[in-house]
Design a protein. Structure first.
Length: 546
Protein backbone atom coordinates (compact mmCIF):
# COMPACT_ATOMS: atom_id res chain seq x y z
CA UNK A 1 0.00 0.00 0.00
CA UNK A 2 1.36 3.39 -1.01
CA UNK A 3 1.15 6.53 1.08
CA UNK A 4 -0.16 9.86 -0.10
CA UNK A 5 0.22 13.18 1.70
CA UNK A 6 -2.09 16.00 0.57
CA UNK A 7 -1.50 19.54 1.83
CA UNK A 8 -4.32 21.95 1.08
CA UNK A 9 -3.61 25.69 1.16
CA UNK A 10 -4.46 27.57 4.36
CA UNK A 11 -7.10 30.30 3.87
CA UNK A 12 -6.63 33.59 5.75
CA UNK A 13 -9.08 33.78 8.66
CA UNK A 14 -9.97 37.43 7.98
CA UNK A 15 -13.08 37.07 5.82
CA UNK A 16 -15.47 34.60 4.25
CA UNK A 17 -14.33 32.22 1.53
CA UNK A 18 -15.26 33.23 -1.99
CA UNK A 19 -15.63 30.91 -4.98
CA UNK A 20 -12.28 31.88 -6.48
CA UNK A 21 -10.43 30.70 -3.37
CA UNK A 22 -12.57 27.57 -3.11
CA UNK A 23 -11.70 26.66 -6.72
CA UNK A 24 -8.02 26.41 -5.73
CA UNK A 25 -8.75 24.22 -2.66
CA UNK A 26 -11.27 21.70 -4.02
CA UNK A 27 -8.77 19.56 -6.01
CA UNK A 28 -7.27 18.46 -2.67
CA UNK A 29 -10.48 16.74 -1.63
CA UNK A 30 -10.93 15.10 -5.04
CA UNK A 31 -7.41 13.64 -4.73
CA UNK A 32 -8.00 12.47 -1.14
CA UNK A 33 -11.26 10.71 -2.00
CA UNK A 34 -9.73 9.07 -5.07
CA UNK A 35 -6.62 7.74 -3.30
CA UNK A 36 -8.64 6.41 -0.36
CA UNK A 37 -10.94 4.57 -2.80
CA UNK A 38 -7.83 3.14 -4.45
CA UNK A 39 -6.74 1.72 -1.08
CA UNK A 40 -3.80 4.07 -0.45
CA UNK A 41 -3.01 5.40 3.02
CA UNK A 42 -3.87 9.11 2.88
CA UNK A 43 -3.10 12.04 5.16
CA UNK A 44 -4.97 15.18 4.06
CA UNK A 45 -4.39 18.27 6.20
CA UNK A 46 -4.95 22.01 6.18
CA UNK A 47 -6.14 24.76 8.47
CA UNK A 48 -6.93 28.42 8.91
CA UNK A 49 -4.07 30.92 8.65
CA UNK A 50 -4.86 32.97 11.75
CA UNK A 51 -1.64 35.00 12.01
CA UNK A 52 -1.62 36.70 8.65
CA UNK A 53 -1.44 40.47 8.63
CA UNK A 54 -4.95 40.66 7.11
CA UNK A 55 -6.31 39.16 10.35
CA UNK A 56 -4.51 41.71 12.55
CA UNK A 57 -5.60 44.65 10.36
CA UNK A 58 -9.22 43.43 10.24
CA UNK A 59 -9.11 43.34 14.06
CA UNK A 60 -7.86 46.94 14.18
CA UNK A 61 -10.66 48.03 11.85
CA UNK A 62 -13.33 46.31 13.98
CA UNK A 63 -11.82 47.25 17.33
CA UNK A 64 -11.56 43.62 18.51
CA UNK A 65 -8.68 41.21 19.13
CA UNK A 66 -7.11 39.25 16.24
CA UNK A 67 -8.18 36.08 18.05
CA UNK A 68 -11.83 37.17 17.83
CA UNK A 69 -11.55 37.59 14.05
CA UNK A 70 -9.73 34.26 13.69
CA UNK A 71 -12.35 32.43 15.79
CA UNK A 72 -15.21 33.79 13.71
CA UNK A 73 -13.83 32.87 10.31
CA UNK A 74 -12.17 29.61 11.33
CA UNK A 75 -15.55 28.31 12.47
CA UNK A 76 -17.16 29.53 9.27
CA UNK A 77 -14.50 27.74 7.20
CA UNK A 78 -15.04 24.51 9.17
CA UNK A 79 -18.80 24.72 8.52
CA UNK A 80 -18.33 25.43 4.80
CA UNK A 81 -15.83 22.60 4.26
CA UNK A 82 -18.14 20.20 6.12
CA UNK A 83 -21.13 21.20 3.98
CA UNK A 84 -19.02 20.82 0.82
CA UNK A 85 -17.97 17.31 1.84
CA UNK A 86 -14.24 17.98 2.32
CA UNK A 87 -12.58 14.96 3.97
CA UNK A 88 -9.63 16.50 5.82
CA UNK A 89 -7.96 14.13 8.27
CA UNK A 90 -7.23 17.28 10.24
CA UNK A 91 -8.32 20.85 9.64
CA UNK A 92 -6.64 22.96 12.31
CA UNK A 93 -5.50 26.56 12.85
CA UNK A 94 -2.19 28.34 13.25
CA UNK A 95 -2.96 30.16 16.52
CA UNK A 96 -2.70 26.94 18.55
CA UNK A 97 0.10 26.05 21.03
CA UNK A 98 0.84 22.83 19.09
CA UNK A 99 1.50 24.75 15.86
CA UNK A 100 3.59 27.38 17.68
CA UNK A 101 5.78 24.68 19.20
CA UNK A 102 6.44 22.90 15.88
CA UNK A 103 7.22 26.19 14.11
CA UNK A 104 9.65 27.19 16.87
CA UNK A 105 11.35 23.77 16.67
CA UNK A 106 11.73 24.19 12.89
CA UNK A 107 13.12 27.72 13.39
CA UNK A 108 15.71 26.47 15.90
CA UNK A 109 16.61 23.57 13.59
CA UNK A 110 17.32 26.03 10.75
CA UNK A 111 19.29 28.23 13.18
CA UNK A 112 21.35 25.32 14.52
CA UNK A 113 22.04 24.09 10.96
CA UNK A 114 23.45 27.51 10.06
CA UNK A 115 20.74 28.68 7.65
CA UNK A 116 19.56 31.70 9.69
CA UNK A 117 21.61 34.82 10.42
CA UNK A 118 20.98 38.21 12.07
CA UNK A 119 20.98 41.41 10.10
CA UNK A 120 20.06 45.03 10.86
CA UNK A 121 17.86 46.47 8.14
CA UNK A 122 15.67 49.46 7.44
CA UNK A 123 12.03 48.42 7.85
CA UNK A 124 8.97 50.39 6.84
CA UNK A 125 7.44 52.23 9.81
CA UNK A 126 4.19 54.20 9.89
CA UNK A 127 4.52 57.28 12.08
CA UNK A 128 0.75 57.85 11.99
CA UNK A 129 -0.06 54.37 13.34
CA UNK A 130 3.20 54.19 15.32
CA UNK A 131 4.07 50.67 14.18
CA UNK A 132 6.35 48.74 11.88
CA UNK A 133 4.34 47.69 8.86
CA UNK A 134 4.07 44.08 7.71
CA UNK A 135 5.09 43.78 4.07
CA UNK A 136 1.52 43.14 2.90
CA UNK A 137 0.46 46.50 4.35
CA UNK A 138 2.95 48.52 2.40
CA UNK A 139 1.72 49.37 -1.09
CA UNK A 140 3.64 51.00 -3.89
CA UNK A 141 4.72 50.80 -7.51
CA UNK A 142 6.22 47.48 -8.62
CA UNK A 143 9.76 48.00 -10.01
CA UNK A 144 9.24 45.25 -12.60
CA UNK A 145 5.84 45.95 -14.19
CA UNK A 146 4.86 49.38 -12.84
CA UNK A 147 1.53 48.26 -11.34
CA UNK A 148 0.49 48.87 -7.72
CA UNK A 149 1.79 46.02 -5.61
CA UNK A 150 2.04 44.82 -2.01
CA UNK A 151 5.37 44.82 -0.22
CA UNK A 152 5.79 41.05 -0.44
CA UNK A 153 4.60 40.13 -3.93
CA UNK A 154 3.16 41.71 -7.09
CA UNK A 155 -0.15 40.11 -8.10
CA UNK A 156 0.27 41.31 -11.70
CA UNK A 157 3.71 39.89 -12.56
CA UNK A 158 4.24 37.46 -9.61
CA UNK A 159 7.59 39.03 -8.63
CA UNK A 160 8.63 38.38 -5.03
CA UNK A 161 9.28 41.76 -3.42
CA UNK A 162 10.55 43.54 -0.34
CA UNK A 163 8.95 46.89 0.69
CA UNK A 164 12.27 48.61 -0.09
CA UNK A 165 11.81 47.63 -3.76
CA UNK A 166 8.65 49.74 -4.09
CA UNK A 167 8.41 53.43 -5.00
CA UNK A 168 5.57 55.81 -4.01
CA UNK A 169 4.97 53.78 -0.86
CA UNK A 170 1.84 54.20 1.26
CA UNK A 171 0.57 52.56 4.44
CA UNK A 172 -2.45 50.40 3.63
CA UNK A 173 -3.97 51.10 7.05
CA UNK A 174 -3.99 54.91 7.01
CA UNK A 175 -2.86 55.82 3.46
CA UNK A 176 0.06 58.00 4.57
CA UNK A 177 3.63 57.60 3.28
CA UNK A 178 5.70 55.50 5.72
CA UNK A 179 9.37 56.03 6.69
CA UNK A 180 12.25 53.59 7.13
CA UNK A 181 13.67 52.73 10.58
CA UNK A 182 16.52 50.38 11.52
CA UNK A 183 15.62 47.09 13.19
CA UNK A 184 17.37 43.72 13.67
CA UNK A 185 15.94 40.52 12.20
CA UNK A 186 16.81 36.94 11.36
CA UNK A 187 17.20 36.12 7.69
CA UNK A 188 16.94 32.80 5.87
CA UNK A 189 19.98 32.19 3.66
CA UNK A 190 17.73 31.27 0.74
CA UNK A 191 20.51 32.02 -1.76
CA UNK A 192 22.50 29.06 -0.36
CA UNK A 193 19.81 26.71 -1.69
CA UNK A 194 20.10 28.00 -5.27
CA UNK A 195 21.92 24.95 -6.71
CA UNK A 196 19.94 22.39 -4.71
CA UNK A 197 16.56 23.95 -5.59
CA UNK A 198 17.56 24.28 -9.26
CA UNK A 199 18.31 20.56 -9.40
CA UNK A 200 15.12 19.75 -7.46
CA UNK A 201 12.94 21.79 -9.84
CA UNK A 202 14.69 20.31 -12.91
CA UNK A 203 13.98 16.76 -11.70
CA UNK A 204 10.40 17.46 -10.62
CA UNK A 205 7.52 15.57 -12.21
CA UNK A 206 3.82 16.17 -11.86
CA UNK A 207 4.02 19.93 -11.33
CA UNK A 208 1.52 22.16 -13.07
CA UNK A 209 3.02 24.25 -15.90
CA UNK A 210 2.46 27.52 -14.04
CA UNK A 211 4.45 26.19 -11.06
CA UNK A 212 7.29 25.02 -13.29
CA UNK A 213 7.49 28.26 -15.25
CA UNK A 214 7.33 30.55 -12.22
CA UNK A 215 9.86 28.47 -10.28
CA UNK A 216 12.30 28.51 -13.20
CA UNK A 217 11.88 32.26 -13.38
CA UNK A 218 12.64 32.76 -9.66
CA UNK A 219 15.71 30.53 -9.96
CA UNK A 220 16.98 32.25 -13.11
CA UNK A 221 16.61 35.65 -11.45
CA UNK A 222 18.64 34.34 -8.48
CA UNK A 223 17.24 33.64 -5.01
CA UNK A 224 17.49 36.43 -2.45
CA UNK A 225 17.79 35.91 1.31
CA UNK A 226 14.54 36.77 3.10
CA UNK A 227 13.65 37.98 6.59
CA UNK A 228 12.06 35.30 8.77
CA UNK A 229 11.16 37.54 11.73
CA UNK A 230 9.07 40.69 11.94
CA UNK A 231 8.19 43.45 14.43
CA UNK A 232 4.63 42.31 15.11
CA UNK A 233 2.44 41.70 18.14
CA UNK A 234 0.36 38.84 16.68
CA UNK A 235 1.99 35.55 15.72
CA UNK A 236 4.48 32.90 16.84
CA UNK A 237 7.14 34.10 19.29
CA UNK A 238 10.79 33.99 18.17
CA UNK A 239 12.40 31.42 20.53
CA UNK A 240 15.68 33.36 20.89
CA UNK A 241 16.82 35.63 23.72
CA UNK A 242 16.68 39.32 22.79
CA UNK A 243 13.94 38.75 20.17
CA UNK A 244 11.03 38.45 22.61
CA UNK A 245 9.19 41.44 21.07
CA UNK A 246 9.29 39.98 17.56
CA UNK A 247 7.37 37.22 15.78
CA UNK A 248 8.26 34.54 13.22
CA UNK A 249 7.26 35.90 9.82
CA UNK A 250 3.98 34.44 8.58
CA UNK A 251 5.38 33.29 5.22
CA UNK A 252 7.70 30.82 6.97
CA UNK A 253 5.19 30.02 9.71
CA UNK A 254 2.10 29.30 7.59
CA UNK A 255 3.73 26.76 5.24
CA UNK A 256 5.16 25.03 8.33
CA UNK A 257 1.52 24.25 9.13
CA UNK A 258 1.69 21.20 6.86
CA UNK A 259 4.24 19.65 9.22
CA UNK A 260 2.60 20.88 12.44
CA UNK A 261 -0.84 19.62 11.30
CA UNK A 262 0.67 16.21 10.49
CA UNK A 263 2.27 16.02 13.93
CA UNK A 264 -0.95 17.17 15.59
CA UNK A 265 -2.93 14.51 13.67
CA UNK A 266 -0.46 11.88 14.89
CA UNK A 267 -0.72 13.10 18.50
CA UNK A 268 -4.53 13.01 18.38
CA UNK A 269 -4.97 9.68 16.55
CA UNK A 270 -1.88 7.64 17.43
CA UNK A 271 -0.90 7.65 13.75
CA UNK A 272 2.65 8.06 12.51
CA UNK A 273 3.45 11.48 11.05
CA UNK A 274 6.87 10.13 10.04
CA UNK A 275 5.14 7.79 7.56
CA UNK A 276 4.20 10.89 5.55
CA UNK A 277 7.40 12.90 6.01
CA UNK A 278 10.39 10.58 6.25
CA UNK A 279 12.91 10.39 3.41
CA UNK A 280 12.96 6.62 3.97
CA UNK A 281 9.40 6.31 2.64
CA UNK A 282 10.00 5.34 -0.98
CA UNK A 283 6.28 4.70 -1.70
CA UNK A 284 5.21 8.18 -0.56
CA UNK A 285 3.81 10.89 -2.85
CA UNK A 286 3.27 14.41 -1.47
CA UNK A 287 0.71 16.63 -3.19
CA UNK A 288 0.38 20.37 -2.48
CA UNK A 289 -2.82 22.05 -3.65
CA UNK A 290 -3.20 25.84 -3.87
CA UNK A 291 -3.71 28.85 -6.12
CA UNK A 292 -1.22 30.55 -8.44
CA UNK A 293 -0.46 33.27 -5.87
CA UNK A 294 0.94 30.60 -3.52
CA UNK A 295 3.39 29.00 -5.97
CA UNK A 296 6.64 30.62 -4.71
CA UNK A 297 5.89 29.59 -1.13
CA UNK A 298 5.30 25.94 -2.06
CA UNK A 299 7.78 25.50 -4.92
CA UNK A 300 10.74 27.48 -3.54
CA UNK A 301 10.45 28.53 0.10
CA UNK A 302 8.89 25.41 1.65
CA UNK A 303 11.32 23.02 -0.09
CA UNK A 304 14.21 25.25 1.11
CA UNK A 305 12.94 25.11 4.70
CA UNK A 306 12.61 21.31 4.48
CA UNK A 307 16.11 21.00 3.02
CA UNK A 308 17.47 23.26 5.75
CA UNK A 309 15.80 21.27 8.52
CA UNK A 310 17.02 17.99 6.95
CA UNK A 311 15.59 14.49 6.55
CA UNK A 312 12.11 15.63 5.47
CA UNK A 313 10.21 14.69 2.30
CA UNK A 314 9.92 17.43 -0.33
CA UNK A 315 6.79 18.21 -2.41
CA UNK A 316 6.34 15.76 -5.31
CA UNK A 317 3.26 17.10 -7.08
CA UNK A 318 2.35 20.79 -7.13
CA UNK A 319 -1.28 21.28 -8.13
CA UNK A 320 -1.55 25.05 -8.57
CA UNK A 321 -4.62 26.51 -10.23
CA UNK A 322 -4.84 29.74 -12.20
CA UNK A 323 -7.25 32.56 -11.29
CA UNK A 324 -11.03 32.58 -11.52
CA UNK A 325 -12.85 35.77 -12.44
CA UNK A 326 -16.48 36.65 -11.70
CA UNK A 327 -18.78 37.75 -14.54
CA UNK A 328 -15.67 38.81 -16.47
CA UNK A 329 -14.08 40.84 -13.65
CA UNK A 330 -11.49 40.06 -10.99
CA UNK A 331 -12.83 38.95 -7.59
CA UNK A 332 -12.53 41.90 -5.20
CA UNK A 333 -13.29 41.40 -1.52
CA UNK A 334 -12.82 45.11 -0.81
CA UNK A 335 -15.46 46.02 -3.43
CA UNK A 336 -17.66 43.07 -2.40
CA UNK A 337 -17.41 41.75 -5.97
CA UNK A 338 -17.55 38.11 -4.98
CA UNK A 339 -19.78 35.09 -4.62
CA UNK A 340 -19.39 34.10 -0.97
CA UNK A 341 -19.36 30.37 -0.26
CA UNK A 342 -21.63 30.43 2.86
CA UNK A 343 -24.21 32.41 0.88
CA UNK A 344 -24.03 30.05 -2.10
CA UNK A 345 -24.33 26.97 0.10
CA UNK A 346 -27.55 28.37 1.56
CA UNK A 347 -29.22 28.12 -1.87
CA UNK A 348 -27.45 25.50 -3.99
CA UNK A 349 -26.41 21.86 -3.65
CA UNK A 350 -22.75 21.27 -2.74
CA UNK A 351 -22.38 18.83 -5.65
CA UNK A 352 -23.48 21.58 -8.08
CA UNK A 353 -20.73 23.86 -6.74
CA UNK A 354 -18.13 21.07 -6.77
CA UNK A 355 -19.05 20.04 -10.33
CA UNK A 356 -18.84 23.55 -11.75
CA UNK A 357 -15.51 24.38 -10.07
CA UNK A 358 -13.89 21.20 -11.43
CA UNK A 359 -15.49 21.03 -14.89
CA UNK A 360 -15.22 24.79 -15.52
CA UNK A 361 -12.55 25.79 -13.00
CA UNK A 362 -9.17 27.52 -13.47
CA UNK A 363 -7.13 24.31 -13.61
CA UNK A 364 -4.84 25.29 -16.50
CA UNK A 365 -5.92 28.82 -17.42
CA UNK A 366 -7.95 31.68 -15.99
CA UNK A 367 -11.67 30.94 -16.19
CA UNK A 368 -14.82 32.85 -15.39
CA UNK A 369 -17.72 32.14 -13.06
CA UNK A 370 -21.04 33.43 -14.35
CA UNK A 371 -24.47 32.67 -12.95
CA UNK A 372 -25.65 31.79 -16.44
CA UNK A 373 -22.95 29.14 -16.90
CA UNK A 374 -23.41 27.77 -13.37
CA UNK A 375 -27.17 27.27 -13.70
CA UNK A 376 -26.97 25.86 -17.23
CA UNK A 377 -24.17 23.54 -16.07
CA UNK A 378 -26.38 22.21 -13.26
CA UNK A 379 -29.47 21.79 -15.43
CA UNK A 380 -27.64 20.41 -18.45
CA UNK A 381 -24.97 18.11 -17.04
CA UNK A 382 -25.93 17.16 -13.48
CA UNK A 383 -29.70 17.03 -13.93
CA UNK A 384 -30.06 16.49 -17.68
CA UNK A 385 -27.31 13.88 -18.16
CA UNK A 386 -26.28 12.19 -14.89
CA UNK A 387 -29.40 12.64 -12.73
CA UNK A 388 -31.68 11.82 -15.66
CA UNK A 389 -29.90 8.53 -16.44
CA UNK A 390 -30.00 7.36 -12.82
CA UNK A 391 -33.63 8.36 -12.30
CA UNK A 392 -35.06 7.05 -15.56
CA UNK A 393 -33.39 3.65 -15.02
CA UNK A 394 -34.29 3.13 -11.37
CA UNK A 395 -37.79 4.63 -11.68
CA UNK A 396 -38.52 2.23 -14.57
CA UNK A 397 -37.43 -0.73 -12.41
CA UNK A 398 -39.48 0.61 -9.50
CA UNK A 399 -42.59 0.82 -11.67
CA UNK A 400 -42.27 -2.21 -13.95
CA UNK A 401 -40.18 -4.72 -11.92
CA UNK A 402 -41.58 -4.14 -8.42
CA UNK A 403 -38.44 -2.27 -7.41
CA UNK A 404 -36.19 -5.34 -7.89
CA UNK A 405 -33.17 -5.30 -10.21
CA UNK A 406 -34.07 -7.64 -13.11
CA UNK A 407 -31.94 -10.53 -14.39
CA UNK A 408 -29.27 -9.67 -16.93
CA UNK A 409 -25.62 -8.84 -17.42
CA UNK A 410 -23.35 -6.24 -18.92
CA UNK A 411 -22.18 -6.74 -22.47
CA UNK A 412 -18.48 -7.38 -22.98
CA UNK A 413 -18.26 -4.03 -24.75
CA UNK A 414 -19.61 -2.14 -21.73
CA UNK A 415 -17.47 -4.16 -19.30
CA UNK A 416 -14.33 -3.22 -21.20
CA UNK A 417 -15.39 0.42 -21.48
CA UNK A 418 -15.95 0.67 -17.70
CA UNK A 419 -12.62 -1.00 -16.85
CA UNK A 420 -10.84 1.44 -19.17
CA UNK A 421 -12.73 4.32 -17.58
CA UNK A 422 -11.31 3.46 -14.15
CA UNK A 423 -7.77 3.25 -15.59
CA UNK A 424 -7.91 6.38 -17.73
CA UNK A 425 -9.76 8.66 -15.33
CA UNK A 426 -7.62 7.42 -12.41
CA UNK A 427 -4.42 8.29 -14.28
CA UNK A 428 -5.80 11.75 -15.06
CA UNK A 429 -6.75 12.37 -11.42
CA UNK A 430 -3.28 11.32 -10.22
CA UNK A 431 -1.77 13.79 -12.69
CA UNK A 432 -3.99 16.57 -11.30
CA UNK A 433 -5.91 16.74 -14.60
CA UNK A 434 -9.30 16.69 -12.89
CA UNK A 435 -11.16 18.61 -15.58
CA UNK A 436 -10.22 15.99 -18.19
CA UNK A 437 -11.12 13.18 -15.78
CA UNK A 438 -14.63 14.45 -15.09
CA UNK A 439 -15.18 15.20 -18.80
CA UNK A 440 -14.16 11.62 -19.63
CA UNK A 441 -16.57 10.16 -17.08
CA UNK A 442 -19.41 12.41 -18.25
CA UNK A 443 -18.82 11.33 -21.84
CA UNK A 444 -19.67 7.82 -20.60
CA UNK A 445 -22.78 9.20 -18.86
CA UNK A 446 -23.89 10.55 -22.23
CA UNK A 447 -23.09 7.19 -23.89
CA UNK A 448 -25.20 5.46 -21.24
CA UNK A 449 -28.15 7.76 -21.98
CA UNK A 450 -27.72 7.04 -25.68
CA UNK A 451 -27.73 3.28 -24.94
CA UNK A 452 -30.97 3.67 -22.93
CA UNK A 453 -32.60 5.63 -25.78
CA UNK A 454 -31.49 3.13 -28.45
CA UNK A 455 -32.70 0.09 -26.48
CA UNK A 456 -36.10 1.75 -25.81
CA UNK A 457 -37.01 -0.22 -22.66
CA UNK A 458 -40.50 1.36 -22.78
CA UNK A 459 -41.00 -0.52 -26.07
CA UNK A 460 -39.11 -3.66 -24.94
CA UNK A 461 -41.37 -4.11 -21.91
CA UNK A 462 -44.33 -4.59 -24.25
CA UNK A 463 -42.49 -7.08 -26.44
CA UNK A 464 -40.79 -9.15 -23.73
CA UNK A 465 -39.92 -8.48 -20.12
CA UNK A 466 -36.70 -10.52 -20.29
CA UNK A 467 -35.13 -8.32 -23.00
CA UNK A 468 -36.20 -5.18 -21.18
CA UNK A 469 -34.74 -6.59 -17.94
CA UNK A 470 -31.35 -7.18 -19.61
CA UNK A 471 -31.26 -3.52 -20.73
CA UNK A 472 -32.18 -2.22 -17.29
CA UNK A 473 -29.75 -4.56 -15.51
CA UNK A 474 -26.95 -3.22 -17.72
CA UNK A 475 -27.95 0.35 -16.84
CA UNK A 476 -27.91 -0.51 -13.12
CA UNK A 477 -24.36 -1.91 -13.44
CA UNK A 478 -23.29 1.32 -15.18
CA UNK A 479 -24.90 3.42 -12.43
CA UNK A 480 -23.18 1.41 -9.69
CA UNK A 481 -19.79 2.03 -11.30
CA UNK A 482 -20.56 5.71 -11.87
CA UNK A 483 -21.16 5.93 -8.10
CA UNK A 484 -17.50 4.89 -7.68
CA UNK A 485 -16.07 6.93 -10.53
CA UNK A 486 -17.86 10.18 -9.67
CA UNK A 487 -17.53 9.89 -5.89
CA UNK A 488 -14.38 12.06 -5.71
CA UNK A 489 -16.26 14.80 -7.56
CA UNK A 490 -19.94 14.42 -6.55
CA UNK A 491 -19.87 12.66 -3.17
CA UNK A 492 -23.41 13.52 -2.07
CA UNK A 493 -25.16 12.21 -5.20
CA UNK A 494 -22.96 9.11 -5.18
CA UNK A 495 -23.79 8.45 -1.53
CA UNK A 496 -27.48 8.61 -2.42
CA UNK A 497 -26.96 6.08 -5.21
CA UNK A 498 -25.17 3.75 -2.79
CA UNK A 499 -28.25 4.03 -0.59
CA UNK A 500 -30.66 3.28 -3.48
CA UNK A 501 -28.71 0.13 -4.46
CA UNK A 502 -27.21 -0.95 -1.08
CA UNK A 503 -23.70 -0.58 -2.48
CA UNK A 504 -20.48 -0.87 -0.44
CA UNK A 505 -18.21 2.10 0.25
CA UNK A 506 -16.54 3.51 -2.88
CA UNK A 507 -13.55 1.67 -4.33
CA UNK A 508 -11.54 2.26 -7.50
CA UNK A 509 -12.49 -1.02 -9.10
CA UNK A 510 -15.50 -2.41 -10.93
CA UNK A 511 -18.55 -3.23 -8.86
CA UNK A 512 -21.66 -5.24 -9.75
CA UNK A 513 -25.22 -5.38 -8.45
CA UNK A 514 -26.86 -8.79 -8.07
CA UNK A 515 -30.23 -9.48 -9.69
CA UNK A 516 -33.33 -9.12 -7.49
CA UNK A 517 -31.69 -6.55 -5.23
CA UNK A 518 -34.30 -4.12 -3.98
CA UNK A 519 -34.12 -0.42 -4.75
CA UNK A 520 -34.56 1.67 -1.59
CA UNK A 521 -35.96 5.18 -1.05
CA UNK A 522 -35.60 6.34 -4.63
CA UNK A 523 -35.71 10.11 -5.12
CA UNK A 524 -34.36 12.65 -7.59
CA UNK A 525 -30.66 13.40 -7.28
CA UNK A 526 -31.06 16.93 -8.65
CA UNK A 527 -33.90 19.41 -9.12
CA UNK A 528 -34.11 21.81 -12.04
CA UNK A 529 -33.05 25.38 -11.23
CA UNK A 530 -35.42 27.95 -12.74
CA UNK A 531 -33.44 29.94 -15.31
CA UNK A 532 -35.10 33.08 -13.95
CA UNK A 533 -32.56 32.73 -11.13
CA UNK A 534 -29.80 33.84 -13.53
CA UNK A 535 -31.22 37.34 -13.68
CA UNK A 536 -32.01 37.39 -9.95
CA UNK A 537 -28.48 36.33 -8.94
CA UNK A 538 -26.78 38.70 -11.39
CA UNK A 539 -28.88 41.60 -10.13
CA UNK A 540 -28.12 40.70 -6.50
CA UNK A 541 -24.39 40.57 -7.29
CA UNK A 542 -24.49 44.03 -8.88
CA UNK A 543 -26.51 45.28 -5.92
CA UNK A 544 -23.98 44.13 -3.30
CA UNK A 545 -21.06 45.84 -5.11
CA UNK A 546 -19.38 48.61 -3.14
Amino acid sequence: MGKVFIGGAWPYANGSLHLGRLASLLPGDVLARYFRAKGEEVLYVSGSDCHGTPVAVQAIQEGVSPGDIADRYHQEFVDCFQQLGFTYDLYTRTDQPFHHQVVQELFLSLLNNGYLYKKTVLQTYCETDQRFLPDRYVEGTCPVCGNRARGDQCDYCSTLLDPSDLTDKTCKICGNPPVDRPTEHYYLALSRFQAELTQYAAESQGWKDNALQLTRRYLEEGLQDRAVTRDLTWGVDVPVEGFEDKKIYVWIEAVSGYLSASKQWAAETGGSWEDFWSLDQTELTAYYVHGKDNIPFHAVIWPALLMGAGELHLPDRIISSEYMTLEGKKFSTSNNWAVWVPDMLSRYQPDSIRYFLIANGPENRDTDFSWREFIHSHNGELLGAFGNFVNRTLAFIDKSFEGLVPDGELSEEWETAIEQLYDKSGALIEAGRLKEAIELIFSSVRQANKFFDEQKPWVQIKEGRATCGITLNACVQIIANLANLLNPFLPFACEQIRGFLSLPQPSWTTVSVSAHREIHNLKLLFERIDIGRIEEETAALEGQKR
